[in-house]
Design a protein around this ligand. Structure first.
Ligand SMILES: C[S@@+](CC[C@H](N)C(=O)[O-])C[C@H]1O[C@@H](n2cnc3c(N)ncnc32)[C@H](O)[C@@H]1O
Length: 375
């Protein structure tokens, strides 16, 4: 998508899917954290104008609605710290947020602190988070640029120092694979985003592996920044444009909740997920009943690589930490794989302790006895 110059622009299918996911994550995120913390913060570094050309809400308004709902049932406060670089858009954002706050009670308005700032994402966002005492407390940061690379690694590193920070970053690989080899400035922009030059090896990769290579490098950068668990959503629209949404957290619970959000989003035409671990790279339509074919292949490969087999509990942890699937999908899948003679389970019944090994067909019964009678 070309970078829009107007204050508002049309919402594309990527954005609709991203908004769906954000809503599904924030709706449970806010009440869960408010039940344990007096104040939680939501921040954006590339906030946008808060509305699209056909009137659809932007991400800050979606977040505000989710938070107003949470505050109806929970005590505590929510801060929203929103940075936008374009003055016209920041002004529109303020209008949209005022409009969205309008219908809510005085009590909710008092406990929902919203402030917008016009400035460069970096360092404005960090300055504001420090000033308002939000670092080191529960914080979700959405860094939704047009795909960049324009999110400095140093910002991720600062955010990643705090255990309770989670980030969601937008990353579009096409710009770097297309333009950075020949242009030193673009390469420098890439270095600032990745926090090093290892990603330059992308120029030597076969063309069908360049995007996945960059995705894995970016995942590594997030890990170095402190986000030990990362989850990728590869979104592919009708035009086959690829956009990665990358979620980073230090908490397994956060990972689990993000997966639940991912698998519960409504179907969005033309936008699919793809699991990085699936060797066949099957795209997954956003369906209510997720297609677990790729997980089956991923688990089979993982089981085959473990000489003594793996327990179902181990397979669930692997699924949570290393794939886009949910641990709750594992038991049924292993049962189906056992019935289809793809694996053997000991004992046969599938519980957390059950050990799973690849299926080996028993030797064929010998027909020697028949031979003996015949001759
Ligand atoms: C993809 S849009 C954000 C959309 C918004 N998150 C949503 O989902 O509704 C990116 C926004 O970042 C702003 N922007 C671009 N570069 C920026 C920078 N360096 N610092 C802050 N904002 C920037 C643009 O003006 C644009 O409004």
């Amino acid at each position: 998508m070309a970078v829009p110059r107007t204050v508002l622009w049309d919402r594309d299918p990527h954005t609709a899917a991203k908004h769906n996911l954000l809503r599904k994550y924030l709706e449970p995120w806010a009440p869960i954290l408010l039940s344990r913390h007096a104040t939680i913060t939501y921040a954006e570094g590339f906030s946008g104008p808060g509305v699209y050309s056909q009137g659809e809400p932007g991400s800050p308004v979606i977040a505000l609605e989710a938070f107003a709902k949470a505050l109806q049932h929970r005590s505590g406060r929510i801060r929203m710290v929103l940075v936008e670089g374009d003055e016209r858009r920041e002004s529109e954002l303020r209008n949209q947020l005022d409009k969205a706050r309008g219908p809510h009670s005085d009590d909710i308005s008092r406990r929902l602190h919203v402030n917008t700032h016009c400035g460069e994402c970096h360092p404005t966002l960090l300055e504001q988070l420090r000033l308002q005492g939000c670092l080191g407390k529960p914080l979700f940061v959405l860094l939704d640029s047009y795909g960049g690379p324009d999110i400095p690694f140093s910002l991720l590193q600062e955010l990643g120092k705090h255990r309770s920070t989670e980030v969601m970053v937008t990353f579009q690989p096409a710009f770097l694979t297309r333009f950075a080899k020949a242009n030193q400035n673009h390469r420098r922009a890439g270095d600032a985003a990745f926090g090093g030059t290892e990603w330059h090896a992308v120029f030597d990769q076969p063309s069908n592996e360049k995007f996945t290579f960059l995705r894995d490098q970016y995942r590594e950068s997030l890990r170095r920044a402190g986000f030990t668990h990362t989850l990728f959503f590869e979104m592919v629209d009708e035009g086959n444009h690829v956009l990665y949404l990358i979620f980073g957290t230090r908490h397994e619970r956060g990972l689990e909740k993000m997966k639940e959000a991912m698998w519960s989003v409504d179907r969005d035409h033309g936008v699919r997920y793809r699991d990085p671990k699936d060797t066949e790279q099957q795209q997954l339509a956003l369906e209510l009943e997720p297609h677990t074919g790729p997980l089956r292949r991923i688990l089979l490969e993982h089981i085959a690589a473990a000489p003594k087999g793996l327990t179902v509990a181990e397979l669930k942890t692997f699924t949570l930490l290393e794939t886009v699937y949910k641990p709750s999908q594992v038991t049924k899948l292993i049962t189906d794989m056992r019935d289809a003679k793809a694996v053997t389970t000991t004992p046969r019944r599938v519980t957390a302790e059950t050990v799973v090994v690849p299926y080996v067909a028993p030797p064929q019964p010998s027909n020697q006895a028949d031979h003996l009678t015949l001759f």
